[in-house]
Write a protein that binds this ligand. Sequence first.
Ligand code: OSB
Ligand code: MG
Length: 369
Amino acid sequence: MKIERVELIVVRMPLVSPFETSNTRVSELDKLLLKVYAPEGVVYAECTADARPFYSYETVGTAALILKEVLLPEILGKDLEGPAAYVKMTDRFRGHPMAKAALENALWVLSALEQGKPLAALLGGEKRSVASGVSVGIQDRAEDLVRVIGAYLEEGYRRVKIKIKPGKDLSIVQTVRKTYPSLPLMVDANGAYRLSDRALFEALDERDLMMIEQPLAPDDVVDHAKLQARIKTPLCLDESIKSPYFARVAAELGACRIINVKQGRVGGLSAAKEVHDVARANNMGVWCGGMLETGIGRAVNVALASLPNFVYPNDISASNRYWERDLVDPPFSLNADGTIDVPSGPGLGVTVDEKAVARVTLAREVIRL
Ligand code: OSB
Ligand code: MG
């Protein structure tokens, strides 16, 4: 395959409701999309970076810059064998996993088109549908949270993840548990605590949670191991697992028992597959995390989650949980059994709705040789 040119498109998507985590609250999201032109076809990819560096240091701006000045000049106009060759060529550039991943996504989709296969099949996916959970942001009042969760449960979601932060943690979990005693429930702190907060986690340990996601800061891998040794509830790492190497570190230190896999965070689908494999070799199950993607990124996540060691419900919800109008046709919908179908058509398996993209486009730049 040979990439002839790439359009970098910045879109601004209003969320159906604001989303609050321990470090920010957003009501609209800027996303960087890539429209990639090759002889095999024109494909889209989505970068998982946000407008501002709350989740990771990357932003829409840094990703666009790295793509334009570093990654695209490396491959434009060259004969490329596929994603593996791209990974090899760009491995020597340090950092910027989300920028790297976005372009690698496009190459995977092009390879899938070339071979006439769905992306899931090319990745080694086996499932025809993936279990869907929902990630619920911090709400102003506990009653709001209970009501929001109730509505999602009626739709059929298989598990609920609630965001927590200091001051909105144990009491919130207790309130939710009182209303929904047997709900598959987990919490995500996005790194808001320190090991010195261990009393909180010992209390949460009695609340029958499926797992506690990223309680401590991204760099605190050793402290996660100390915390995991003190509680029976599995820890799940998200931000800390920056690459397949950190999956190994976490396994060897006992820093978690479950990994949230996000292809953007670990530097692409090849690395995400490696994390999946390292976890399996260490008897850890994984699930697919989300970055409030549009349907373009969601299609990639669904394909990834079809791999066999994705054994927990994923942060892959239906399009209408995020957007009034998604960017793909058909949008992703929730089946009655709380699953989402893995697209079976070649490539991404969904069509990008270019009119919908045009309506939310803020900026567009063509990069060519
Ligand atoms: O920590 O998993 C996270 C969204 C943005 C940034 C970080 C996270 C999240 C979510 C949302 O939890 C998951 C989704 O896309 O549904
Ligand atoms: Mg998380």
